[in-house]
Design a protein around this ligand. Sequence first.
Ligand code: SAJ
Length: 428
Amino acid sequence: MKEKIASREAEIAVVGLGYIGLPTAIMFANAGFNVTGYEIREDVVKKLSNGSSHIVEPEIDELLKTVLQEGTLRVTSTPEDIKNKDVYIICVQTPLNQDKTPNLQYLKSAVKTVAKVMKRGSLIVIESTIPPLTTVKMGELIEKERGFKAGRDFYLVHAPERVMPGRIFKELVYNSRIFGGINEESAELAELLYRSFVKGQVFKTNSTTSEMVKLMENTFRDVNIALANEFAFLAHQYRVDIFKAIELANTHPRVRIHMPGIGVGGHCLPKDPYLLLSFAREDLGLIKKAREINEDMPLLAKDLLVEALKTINLPLEEAIIAVLGLAYKGNSDDIRNSPSYEFIEHIKDDVKEVRSYDPYVGGTHEKLEEAVTGADAIIIATDHEEFKSLDWESIGKVMRSRVLIDGRHIIEKPPKGFLFKGIGRGEY
Ligand code: SAJ
């Protein structure tokens, strides 16, 4: 197998062509391997076969067209087309169930598909973010399906990714990578394979450590954002601008406080802490509490809105509210677990009308001007670049009342004539 990988003759199948699988398939094809992308969503396969990506990401369309034209990447929804491959890379989603337990059905179904078509000696890489011990369990699942023993009859590795949407192709190449093998030989094979495009540092460990590392990275971030959010909550009581305080605290050589905001969205941070805890018998409560704090931040934004409307004596039920930003983070069209929608859920039954505008996602109004005309309050819920240079004087002229709530620290100096409140802006 080593020689086949080194000579780029190894045949690769990438299972799951989402925001990780598709760029990964493209990178391996670009590195000279013959890659078959397998995706159960036939509409996605159709779109990709026509050379256009269902993922919004810089460079992806031209890279996709190149590898399709060169024939180094083919896409399919037929399992037969990925039979007897040397390498299988599984990049399927691992969402949570309603009760915050891990939903591994997509992973299990992908692993069962691979078990049916793989051959003895295949290398199987799971890139999905999974609870600790899951790779071992998937190895047992394959053994049950095919009688192949992980580490003896096939190679098995967990290889988490850390790419940031919007920078995926750069980070796929330059980020450091971790390969957690079911045994050392598996991790070494994965390193050889990914070295075909990875220029970052490579670290090898066992699969359970690798699964924990990935979840710890995002849990670290989530807990630190929750700490920043609690600092913001306190700032309102001490009448302090928490952003100025954070800036000063971060001048300490070993302090890096994160940014408070209207909430924590995306498909990772709201989920990964729960994955980390899911197969543990007990925990100490910090990680769960941090999740609750972040999940409640849209309520803090609502409190600021209610307080502001009371100040101008406008009854809630008469208020027209314009929410600027629906995406979970700035300059993205991704709305998964976006706090904007949580916020809208919390206010929609109390106010007269909720409007929304997002330059990447759309909303109730296609134009910002329409969304704010006649509105009483504006809430900035996403840190899109566009919102940092708005003409507040003209916006103020078309609003009915002029309340401005900043949920993402977009506004440095509140515009004249507005009643301003911001998360963590305790001085207002
Ligand atoms: N956020 C804050 N305050 C902050 C930073 C972020 O409120 O200081 C909010 C953002 O507005 C957003 C959410 O948290 O709603 C998540 O933001 P993010 O910047 O963490 O973005 P993700 O979820 O797309 O990316 C994270 C990254 N993980 C880390 O930085 C440790 C990325 O490297 C991972 O690859 C990705 O999760 C993933 O797929 O796991």
